[in-house]
Design a protein around this ligand. Structure first.
Ligand code: PMV
Length: 317
């Protein structure tokens, strides 16, 4: 009746920014991501509870987060009330995709606690109902999400890679991704061209990944992120997720490249910058990002695998 699971956050190289179905959280275009080893959420689901409750990093979470968690449980057919405890080892809801690892770990823990045997694909489709990008944290590694659930298309060690995460702000972002995507789709004049671009970017990115072409993939990821933010900036009212340090990091990444260090930047719906580089360049990229004014911390991550069950109690399995 009680299970604990872990999942990693992921960063998209071809982003998901726009839904074709707001209720079912289905994307307008496919996305590609890689899971990050140092960004982990651990979630315990206890089905021996009188009422649903959710704590994130020790703090009770009610309202929207609890409602979404219940949605995932309902979709899984888990009717028992659940006590959910979730712990992140990174800043919650500041654009570091804690919702992705959180809902992936929740789907795995809840189904295990209920004694269900489910495929990764089913777990991914369930996690998606909490947060779209969570679909990709279930399979982990290099994951593609186009329909109901995501799948791993290459293992974490397929490409020698580091992801250098520069924390460029703290606290919650002013406009969440759900609202941001909706506003972009409804009001940004660039939205349809953005979606068309993603439909071209995904097959190209997969080809570059297959060929282990890091410079090609890095450049594509940076262009894709800039275009996502162009779409968001063109919304009404405009969505500006960046902080001054975000621009400083983009500048630092560009000058690293000018000096011959291969590094490419991507940014989700928040201020943080994730620089992609080869493992032997990670220390140089980390030092460059640390020296940017306003950068609070820098984490060097390696690619990680999928969500997994850590502990199960109360079943005879
Ligand atoms: O999963 P959501 O609803 O938080 O949306 C994630 C959106 C981005 O992080 C900006 C892009 C992505 O593909 O992860």
């Amino acid at each position: 009746m009680r299970a604990t699971a872990v999942a990693h956050a992921n960063i998209a190289l071809v982003k998901y920014w726009g839904k074709r179905d707001d209720a079912l959280l289905l994307p307008e275009a496919g996305s590609l991501s890689i899971a990050l080893d140092r960004l982990v959420t651990t979630t315990t689901v206890d089905l021996n509870a009188e009422q649903d409750s959710l704590r994130i990093d020790g703090r009770p979470a009610a309202g929207e987060e609890l409602r979404r968690a219940r949605m995932v449980l309902d979709a899984a057919g888990v009717v028992l009330r659940a006590r959910i405890e979730s712990r992140n080892d990174f800043p919650t809801a500041a654009g570091l995709a804690s919702s992705a690892s959180g809902f992936a770990a929740l789907a795995v823990a809840a189904c295990a606690a209920a004694g269900q045997q489910r495929t990764d694909r089913e777990l991914s489709a369930l996690a998606r109902l909490g947060s779209g990008s969570a679909a990709r944290s279930v399979p982990g590694g290099w994951a593609v999400w186009e329909d109901d659930g995501a799948a791993q298309v290459a293992s974490p060690d397929h490409l020698a890679l580091r992801l250098v995460v520069a924390l460029c702000g703290s606290g919650r972002k002013p406009v969440g991704s759900r609202e941001g995507m909706k506003r972009s789709r409804e009001t940004s004049p660039y939205h349809t061209v953005w979606i068309d671009q993603c439909r071209r970017d995904l097959p190209e990115a997969l080809e570059l990944l297959r060929a282990r072409d890091l410079p090609g993939l890095g450049a594509l990821a940076e262009r894709n992120a800039m275009r996502m933010h162009a779409d968001a900036l063109a919304a009404d009212p405009p969505l500006l997720y960046w902080a001054p340090a975000t621009v400083g990091c983009l500048d630092a990444v560009r000058s690293l490249r000018e000096q011959g260090t291969g590094a490419w930047a991507t940014i989700d719906a928040g201020p943080h910058v994730v620089a992609l580089c080869a493992p032997n360049h990670a220390a140089r990229v980390e030092a460059a990002l640390r020296s940017v004014p306003g950068v609070l911390d820098v984490l060097v991550c390696a690619p990680a695998g999928g969500a997994r069950l850590l502990e199960l109690r109360g079943h005879n399995t």
